[in-house]
Design a protein around this ligand. Sequence first.
Ligand SMILES: NC(=O)c1ccc[n+]([C@@H]2O[C@H](COP(=O)([O-])OP(=O)(O)OC[C@H]3O[C@@H](n4cnc5c(N)ncnc54)[C@H](O)[C@@H]3O)[C@@H](O)[C@H]2O)c1
Length: 323
Amino acid sequence: MKNKILVTGGAGYIGSKLSYDLTDMGFKVVVFDNLSTGSKKLLNKKAKFYKLDISKSKNLKKIIKKEKINIIFHLAASLDVNESMKKPIKYYLNNVVGTENLLKSIHGNKSIRKFIFSSTCAVYGNVEKELVDEKNNCSPVSHYGSSKLVAEKIIENYIKKNNCSAAILRYFNVIGADYKLRTGIIKPSNQLVKKLSNNIKNKNYTVNIFGNDYSTKDGTCIRDYIDVNDLSKIHIDVMKKLKIGNFEILNCGYNKGFSVLDIIKNFEIIIKKKIKTNIKERREGDVERIRANSNKLIKFTGKSYKSDILKSLRNSLFWENKI
Ligand SMILES: NC(=O)c1ccc[n+]([C@@H]2O[C@H](COP(=O)([O-])OP(=O)(O)OC[C@H]3O[C@@H](n4cnc5c(N)ncnc54)[C@H](O)[C@@H]3O)[C@@H](O)[C@H]2O)c1
């Protein structure tokens, strides 16, 4: 019999895509989401949905047992770096207490065999070398990054004491939309690709750049952008490879860096129009430059994941025009 899978945050951008890919493969999926940033419109109708808050609900244990869950993908979280600098408590409560509550609810449940957690490159902070591997020192500069690092540690301790397995997936910057356009980012966001796609849809060919005096090739921040279709596939590949007792931390990126200006130029190629830039102050919590060394992931899954930035940006535009 196929495993039954819980996706927390399954009404969000990445969780909804993952839940579609899982049901496409014939898995039964249960979604927990409080719809704080997620949307009913993204929910996969084939998944069973529970509207609940993982940091507060007293029913997690009962539902997980009743649904006979074997595998958990834990994506539910708050993730706005800039907001986390203004509301740190919100981030610790949702991301740390939420994770703790979820782990408490599976304590003693022998059916749960695999726990896969959505972490972030924000746990690394400002890195000395642009290319980071999982052994890199973690020194987050945002409360969002710190809250995820604490959650990682709680999971590690739990897994080592219980006969379970876990993977911590440290995503770099996630972009694009489901290639069948079933899911994408719905909520307005300051995330560069989302913001630009939305501006272009509204025929507003301008964008704000937060800081152009960083020590990078063109003064703007550098990020490693991973396509959401690949990221979802990575979750499933990792799920298949995890063995009981495994605890793995895996970077999810392409080893490739794009500056803010690179992204804008790629959009200009697609829309064949010039985009005007407005230079603003640097934002608190933003990291200067970071790129993933994902060799460990590639070795673990035995697969390689290839970036095609133009395809991801086009999908993001198609999605924006659809919603
Ligand atoms: N989007 C990125 O670039 C990125 C990068 C690194 C890591 N991540 C991680 O990926 C995960 C998913 O992010 P996303 O981009 O899909 O964001 P999202 O906001 O679209 O999804 C998060 C989902 O979790 C739900 N949620 C939040 N708190 C909850 C709670 N207490 N109980 C139940 N549901 C709750 C929200 O309603 C939402 O549906 C997060 O853990 C995030 O930290 C995302």
